[in-house]
Design a protein around this ligand. Structure first.
Ligand SMILES: [Zn+2]
Length: 332
């Protein structure tokens, strides 16, 4: 654990940070990513509110018409995600980034990329980081607005995954392989994740854990943790996260258990297929946001500072999880 903590990664970008000052007189080699040094030392500098804002302002724009599965709007979102994967060194896992759903009667695609692990043995193990990028499209008008923009649900989770993809795609500090999966048709009944989980199971993927992000656009209020995880009591995931985060990042939300949120997002099909810890992180608790599945789920209500901060807090968590020598996260 210590070896993969943010301060003490023995190899890769952080390992060379001391040498930069020593070699100040010499030209810095291309292989020394300045951004990595900044993010490793301050741990809050990678994702900024403006970065998150740029993603959110596109994904939740009226132009995308609520990103309903099969629509022109979600097609634009898919193309946007593919472009970001390409720009950030994320490779397609399949022939292309598109994973065509075979369980729905409409053109629908998960967008799937991956970063191969750096360790000869651990690279065969995968950590899937996911979020659904579809939403419910349009609804009957409220004050003339018909577009359910789905800013919190789930442009927010999508942006979080895209920011993590940008970090890991640029730094590549992962011994295990990481798959980034943006799911379609979640709102139709978890269809995208059902399709992908079954397909990966069929391909015999060695899945360590699936970490999913849902509705993280608005902070929790009066809690002593930053986010909760669905299925909290089923595994030690929250405890492992908090060790790597070095703070009480993940807590238990009783409402999540009461409403069985564990079964209500894209982690669930992975749990069913693989039986390995597959859980969803969220900062929506049914009291801090009034626009769930309504036309009022607008980007103007999102807190980009909170979102960027959450990304930065998750960077050392994901680094710890993808680099640990043994599989620490376990179901109880
Ligand atoms: Zn939803």
């Amino acid at each position: 654990m210590v070896q993969t903590s943010p301060e003490a990664v023995p190899q890769g970008p952080a390992g060379v940070k001391g040498s930069i000052a020593e070699k100040a007189a010499k030209p810095v080699k291309e292989a020394v990513p300045i951004v990595a040094v900044t993010s490793k030392t301050t741990n809050l500098a990678f994702s900024k509110a403006e970065d998150v804002g740029e993603l959110m302002n596109f994904l939740a724009s009226d132009e995308l018409q609520g990103r309903d599965t099969g629509s022109d709007g979600i097609e634009q979102a898919a193309a946007f995600i593919e472009k970001l994967f390409m720009e950030n060194g994320i490779k397609p896992y399949f022939e292309t980034y598109r994973d065509t759903l075979t369980n729905i009667d409409q053109p629908a695609y998960n967008v799937v990329g991956f970063i191969e692990g750096t360790d000869a043995e651990l690279k065969d193990e995968f950590v899937v980081i996911g979020a659904h990028y579809d939403h419910i499209g349009t609804k009957s008008p409220v004050n003339g607005d018909t577009i359910a923009n789905g800013a919190n649900d789930n442009a927010a989770g999508t942006s979080t995954v895209l920011e993590l993809a940008r970090y890991f795609g640029t730094m590549k500090p992962n011994k295990r392989s990481i798959m980034f999966a943006l799911f379609s048709a979640e709102e139709k009944g978890l269809l995208g994740s059902k399709h992908l989980a079954a397909k990966l199971k069929e391909m015999k993927m060695d899945l360590y854990t699936m970490l999913n992000f849902e509705m993280v656009g608005v902070p929790l209020v009066n809690k002593d943790y930053i986010a909760y995880v669905s299925g909290y009591e089923r595994s030690n995931l929250a405890a492992i996260c908090n060790i790597y985060a070095k703070e009480n990042l993940i807590g238990f939300l009783p409402t999540a258990k009461e409403f069985n949120l564990f079964m209500r997002s894209d982690n669930y099909p992975f749990h069913m297929e693989f039986g390995v810890p597959s859980q969803t992180f969220s900062t929506f608790d049914f009291t801090n946001f009034d626009h769930y599945h309504k036309v009022g789920d607008e980007v103007s209500l999102m807190n980009f500072d909170h979102m960027a901060s959450l990304v930065n807090k998750f960077v050392p968590v994901v680094e710890g999880i993808v680099n640990s020598q043994v599989r620490e996260i376990k179901y109880k």
